[in-house]
Each structure stands twice: as structure tokens, then as C-alpha cells.
Design a protein around this ligand. Sequence first.
Ligand code: KG4
Ligand code: ZN
Length: 348
Amino acid sequence: MATILALETSCDETAVAIVRDREILSSVVSSQIDIHQRYGGIVPEVASRQHVLTLGSELEAALDQAGIAWEAIDGVAATSAPGLVGALMVGLTAGKTLAMVHQKPFLGMHHLEGHIYANYLAQPDLHPPYLCLLVSGGHTSLIGVQDCGQYQTLGQTRDDAAGEAFDKVARLLGLGYPGGPVIDRLAKAGDANAFPLPEGNISLPEGGFHPYDSSFSGLKTAMLRLVEKLQAEGVDPLPVADLAASFQATVARSLTKRAIACALDHGYTTLAIGGGVAANSALRQYLQGVAKIHNLRVIFPPLSLCTDNAAMIACAAADHFNRGHRSGYGLGAQSRLDLTRVMELYGE
Ligand code: KG4
Ligand code: ZN
């Protein structure tokens, strides 16, 4: 058993959590959304400055909530890749410093591995192998999970991430940032069949389509053309709920089709979902329905563990810690790092 204190500052959430293997002892998340909303998107330097302001009080709150002292903590972890470098550096430097001062082992963590591990917090009996659909603001991929630190990319987006598509379409519809939650809410009152939209198939040179890769930039452009056409026809106000519902259903269908095909082709019986877009109600409903037909077990973490948090990072760190993985103090922040290279964080 490992009790890990983890810091997560890769983007616009400042988070601290204490986890014992797969049990959350405390989890504190402070979102900066209100601050970035003014700019219509994340301003990296503002995010870093805000992490500096918030991290100290969150650390105190996490220790307080867990009701444990430093003696009971086995290791300190901090997200070191991928993400906004300035933002990552705040948590990474704080994490290393805490580890040094309290003489604990330090582990640098991969943010996307954290999103995968949110599923273990939701279902502590989950064990590899299984397929994970990772759908966040910056990433969309199908990952074959073989073991802790052992990942295979089986499918991915060729352009925009699913969350990015939600954010860009929301901006186009004048709905503000972040786009996912507001589109999800408005879509409930809309007709998902109102507008036919392209699912973003990737053509193969030998003919046919790639079974698992996707594209969302074509869908985004189709939304732009559709809005322009409606405006040219004098449609005012725009049917925002129908547009949101049609767009959301297309993304849900596209992701579901690829995830199910990939699971069946590779013989996976469990499909886990991770990342902010895993909070999407249409995706949850549609994927669960299709998975049931094929007898696949589907795991969706609770909404609070889909979006960025430090509990998922601590959970991943506990698994690495138990296997003796440690990071050096020379570890730097990296804006990009493929999930298949996660063991490089532990000098392997
Ligand atoms: O995983 P996350 O919190 O941060 C990254 O690692 O990127 O994901 C943030 C993304 C944003 O693009 C946001 O619009 C999207 O997740 N998101 C959603 C929903 N909630 C958050 N997208 C669709 N439906 C939602 N309910
Ligand atoms: Zn994330």
C-alpha cells in the first residue's frame, strides 16, 4: 500500500490530492475557468500565476481533509508532462521541494496516464488488459492498456482533439469557454437529428477508411458553413439547441464507433473512458448502449474525476511507487510526451 500526495497544475485547474492506492483520502480542485473566460480561452501565463497563488492553501486543505501528517505519506508526485510548460513547472517545482524537505521519494507523472487511472478510483477491481478511450481538451486516442506504464496507441485524432472541437464550436455559436459543458446542457433541449454532419472518416490510400482514427476539423468546418448558411438565409436567432445537439451526437457516434470496433478487433472485454469529454452525457449514453449490445463492460469515472484533478495523478503514482519507480530531481516539464514513453519519467 502506498499513500501518495500529488499535485496537478498542467492546465487551468490547480489540484492537490492524497490517495492510498485506489482510495481517495482527500481531493481539492480549484478551477480557473472564471478567470480565463474573460479571454475566451486559457492564457498560459495567467494560468501559471494563478497556480502559484492557489497551490499553498490547497496543500494545507488536502492535508487537513485527509487528517494525516507528513509521516504517513510515502511519496510525492507532480504532473510533469504533457501540458502548458509554465503551468507544469509550478507543480513540478513545488512537488520536488516538498519531497526534498520531507525526505520522500519523488515521482513525475504523465497527465494522460492520470486520466486512465481515474477509472481505478471509480472501479478498484479494474485490472489490465483493457482499452481506454482518452478524450480530453488536448488529446483524443484509443489506448491499449497492458500494464502500469505499458501503453499502446491503437487509434487517434489526425487533427483537433474532441474537447478542442467542443470548445471551438461553442465559440462559433457564441457560447463562451469551456465549450463542452455548455453544449452538453443546451443539447438537452435540441433535436440531435436536425442537421446531418460529417463524422470525420480518415481515407486510406488503399481505399476504405481507417477503423480507429478520427478527424474533428472537418466537423468544425461543417458547423461553420452551416451557421453561415443559416445566417445568409436570415434565420435569427440561430437554432442553437439543435445545432449543439446535432454536433454533440455526431461526436458521440464517431467516438463510439471507433472505440467499439477497436475493442472487438483486439479482443478487449472492458472499455474505460478518461478525460474531460468523458463527462459528456450523449457520449456516456450512446457508448453504454452500443457496448451493451456487444457485451462489453464500460467504465465511466464520476464527472468530478473526468475533468482534471490530482486524485487520478496520485492513483497512478501509487501504482508506479509500489513497483519501485522513482524520478530524479533533474526531471523537467515537457509540453508533449507520448504516453508510450511514460517510463522515461522513471529513467527507463
Ligand atoms: O481533461 P480535461 O479537464 O483537460 C485536459 O486535459 O484537456 O478536459 C477539458 C475538456 C475541454 O475541452 C472541455 O470543453 C471538455 O473537456 N468537457 C466536455 C464536457 N465537460 C468538459 N466536453 C463535452 N461534454 C462535457 N460535459
Ligand atoms: Zn486533462
